[in-house]
Design a protein around this ligand. Structure first.
Ligand code: BGP
Length: 480
């Protein structure tokens, strides 16, 4: 059997994409709450001044906030051993900078955690998943400021203390390496330079200095959080979380090979090198130098990074791409991480190239590099689903995608990789992060909610629900 006993089979969500209840029980406004809906080819908008008649999908999302018991019961029925979800920072600290936590927020997540534990489901909690408190954007432009470290640690202290003994696994920042691209400036770091006018989602002027300084503050905050979690609960393990996008040279021309190496350094390894090894990799010095970026560090930062390396590494894996030194090569349209399309691979409806073997490659590369346990905490196919006349949803395309990725994880385990678990993304349909739409569905569970704001939020099992149940029951042996 490829997967070890106790393998953490499960699924993943994020508060801002599934909870809704955006202003319930004292919750403050998150950056995600000011984003309108969109679709492929039509960007969602960031509206710092809220617009009365505009539809904001994450405000109600799929109403998981009120329906989490029903949803966790369905996860338990599939046999989940683990549920990865995030805490909305603004439920605990509405503006982000208060000194005392909001009891209603802490109580809500305690109920969610208890509900998981009731079924023997291990909670895996992301502390910050694409929803920085908007109050902190207005106060200090979030991670551009070193003040953020204190606010984040205050939030972590409240969470670690309250859930001590119940939660064994935390992740600090979702897809932290999104901050190496313009994509992460607002989505991940909450940086917004125009606080009055609507801005297309990735449309504000890109200021790399802000993003890289922001990353430095996040690295320090993450390292301090690891140390704090261990102090509060020595049994607690803290991981990092990054996007891994497998990348290949487009040809064997050494120029393409070097281009690919530079891409891998920046996009796939810079952040995890810091978080797993405890220091900045040498290759970043040249990049900073040549791009006029100066990272402000304080005395003691190096020691903090070294003392706060993560216990395990987690990543999302959806796609791969190729790098070419030839500017004439066409870049992929929908591929959010950029790169030249690979002629050997199929592409999803949203332009993401499907590459199961790239996951085996990723697991091997990461394990070789860090030799700490790994976990795939996001993976899946965003697709349109249709309800048939008999009420069924036959999502064989999703089953095929997941089957092939699980097979390749099995190969990686045989290669010697220490793999802790697998939580496919959007185990229940939710709002897309990149396009802000409901139509891009990932779930084993369909939610009746649509982009025009209609739908009664009712849940129904897709064909993949029973398939995944079998996969878990057989510990990954039965993939038919
Ligand atoms: C990751 C994010 C998730 C999620 C997923 C799928 O980047 O961590 O929040 O949404 O991608 O992306 P999308 O929703 O854009 O299809």
């Amino acid at each position: 059997m490829a997967f070890k006993s106790g393998f953490l089979w499960g699924g993943a969500t994020a508060a801002n994409q599934c909870e809704g209840a955006w202003d319930a029980d004292g919750k403050g406004v998150s950056c995600s709450d000011i984003c309108t809906g969109g679709k492929l080819g039509q960007s969602k908008m960031i509206t710092p001044v809220l617009q009365e008649s505009t539809f904001y999908p994450s405000r109600e999302a799929i109403d998981h906030y009120h329906r989490f018991r029903e949803d966790i019961a369905l996860f338990a029925e599939m046999g989940f051993k683990c549920y990865r979800f995030s805490i909305a920072w603004t439920r605990i600290f509405p503006n982000g900078d208060e000194s005392e936590p909001n009891e209603a927020g802490l109580k809500h997540y305690e109920e969610v955690i208890d509900e998981c534990l009731k079924y023997g489901i291990e909670p895996l909690i992301t502390l910050s998943h694409y929803e920085v408190p908007f109050g902190l954007t207005m106060k200090c432009n979030t991670w551009t400021s070193r003040e953020m470290i204190g606010y984040f640690i205050n939030y972590c202290r409240a969470v670690f203390t309250r859930y001590k003994g119940k939660v064994k696994y935390y992740l600090t920042f979702n897809e932290i390496n999104a901050g190496t691209s313009i994509m992460g400036a607002f989505l991940s770091q909450g940086i917004l330079n125009d606080l009055e006018n609507p801005t297309p989602f990735m449309g504000q002027p890109d200021i790399p200095q802000q993003r890289f300084q922001g990353l430095h503050h996040q690295f320090i905050a993450s390292a301090l959080a690891v140390k704090l979690a261990h102090e509060i609960d020595p049994d607690c393990k803290v991981g990092n979380m990054m996007i891994y996008s497998a990348s290949y040279p487009f040809t064997c021309n050494p120029d393409d090979v070097l281009k690919n190496q530079a891409y891998n350094h920046m996009k796939n390894y810079f952040c995890s090198d810091v978080q797993c090894r405890g220091y900045y990799p040498a290759y970043m010095d040249r990049y900073f130098e040549e791009n006029g970026i100066r990272i402000e560090k304080q005395p003691g930062d190096e020691e903090i990074l070294m003392a706060g390396t993560v216990d395990f590494l987690t990543f999302s894996y959806y796609m791969s791409s190729c790098q070419s030194a030839d500017p004439a090569q066409k870049r992929g349209a929908g591929n959010i991480i950029g790169g030249v399309p690979n002629p050997y691979l199929p592409t999803s409806e949203w332009g993401w190239q499907i590459d199961p073997k790239g996951l085996r490659y990723a697991l091997n590369e990461l394990y070789d590099r860090y030799q700490i346990p790994l976990m795939v905490v996001e993976n899946g196919l965003g697709a349109k689903d249709t309800i048939e006349e008999d009420g069924s949803i036959r999502d064989d395309y999703r089953i095929d995608y997941l089957r092939q990725h699980i097979q390749q994880m099995g190969e990686a385990v045989k290669d010697g990789v220490d793999l802790m678990g697998y939580t496919p993304w959007g185990c229940i349909d939710l709002v897309s992060a990149s396009t802000g739409e409901y139509a891009k569905r990932y779930g084993f569970i369909y939610v009746e909610r649509y982009d025009d704001g209609t739908g009664d939020f009712s849940r129904r099992k897709k064909k993949s629900f029973d398939w995944y149940k079998k996969v878990i029951a057989s510990n990954g042996e039965d993939l038919d």
